[in-house]
Design a binder for this molecule. Structure first.
Ligand code: GDP
Length: 323
């Protein structure tokens, strides 16, 4: 078994860092964070420039660029309806993206890689809050099991590379994320951008009723993506373990409560109905963040403030955000 060598401390600001998925919600936030922290040698490719499902192309890219650090934030992501409707796309595309990127990173000497997953890796009915150790202790939530299995495979790949090759690779599992650059498509998005768009359109058109999905009773936790980006740099500089680590705020609200906060942030004052023919998904997925807190990191952007910032971003970028 190979030994993993890692010394905590600041990453060299001139090191070449490849952010896979740098145009997405997560990758773009990480890119902004690294730039703000003085990193001068960032590498990114749009999916048009480099399709991470193209294994030969990914190997050529790594051979040419030889990044020292990799943040694997590229993924096919979507809300409950997209995951439930296109499971094989979420399974297959995510497996290909991960396996190609990690295989190429291994072949081209990347010592440090951060793989990003999701809180949906945990069993549907796991005790709450979700501790890292609950992974693979029960059945997954069926609306996103395909995506979850791909992400679980990614965690295993990181662990296996550490065991077999001694690379200091790590993985982090963020809770539900939101913020600038999110997908606001009505059918493909997660709940927060969906509600922001629905409520804003209702406010603009003067509609007196909006219809949300499900019962409104599930509980969800939300982390602003700029907080996640901050956590990612913290983990790259300080965390080294085969065990994945949760990234969240440690508090959740019902979808109904969240909808009320969105209405307030947007200024929508009409009625709200709930379409219970749409799925609720998992009843609750609150992260236990005690491991990350003990390591020295906590979130700093409150949901109210983060929502206001996201609504402002949506209004300023409304055309770009439309599908
Ligand atoms: P999940 O966390 O994987 O279940 O994904 P979502 O963010 O898509 O959904 C979270 C919860 O919000 C579910 O209970 C949905 O039924 C509920 N929800 C209510 N209205 C909407 C909506 O317009 N879009 C989405 N995506 N979810 C909604």
């Amino acid at each position: 078994m190979a030994d993993v060598t890692f010394s905590p401390g600041p990453l060299p600001r001139d090191a070449k860092v490849y952010v896979a998925g740098h145009r997405g919600l997560v990758g773009s936030a990480i890119w902004r964070k690294l730039q703000a922290e003085g990193f001068t040698n960032l590498v990114g490719r749009t999916s048009a420039e480099l399709d991470l499902k193209d294994r030969a192309g990914v190997f050529e890219f790594f051979a040419a660029e030889r990044p020292a650090y990799v943040v694997l934030a590229a993924a096919k992501v979507g809300g409950i309806m997209a995951n439930n409707t296109y499971p094989v796309d979420f399974l297959s595309e995510n497996l290909q993206i991960q396996v190609n990127t990690m295989d190429a990173a291994l072949a081209h000497g990347v010592e440090r890689l951060l793989f990003l997953g999701s809180s949906c890796i945990y069993p549907k009915l796991a005790p709450q809050p979700l501790k890292e150790g609950y992974l693979l202790t029960g059945h997954l939530e069926p609306t996103n099991d395909a995506y979850a299995i791909a992400k679980i495979a990614g965690i295993l790949q990181v662990q296996a590379v550490r065991r077999q090759y001694g690379r200091a690779w790590i993985s982090a599992m963020p809770t539900n994320l939101y913020g600038p650059g999110d997908n606001f498509s009505p059918t493909g998005s997660h709940v927060l951008p969906a509600l922001i768009r629905r409520y804003e359109e209702a406010r603009q058109s003067g509609a007196t009723t909006v219809v949300n999905w499900g019962t409104g009773s599930p509980l969800r936790e939300f982390l602003h993506v700029d907080d996640l980006a901050d956590a990612c740099l913290f983990l790259l500089e300080h965390y080294d373990s085969p065990d994945h680590i949760n990234v969240g705020v440690g508090e959740d609200l019902t979808i109904k409560e969240i909808a009320g906060m969105v209405a307030h942030a947007v200024g929508y004052t009409g009625e709200v109905e709930w379409d219970t023919t749409k799925p609720d998904g998992t009843p609750r997925k609150l992260m236990d963040v005690s491991k990350l807190t003990a390591a020295g990191w906590t979130a700093s952007i409150g949901l109210r403030e983060g929502l206001e910032r996201t609504v402002a971003w949506y209004r300023a970028n409304v055309v770009a955000a439309r599908d």
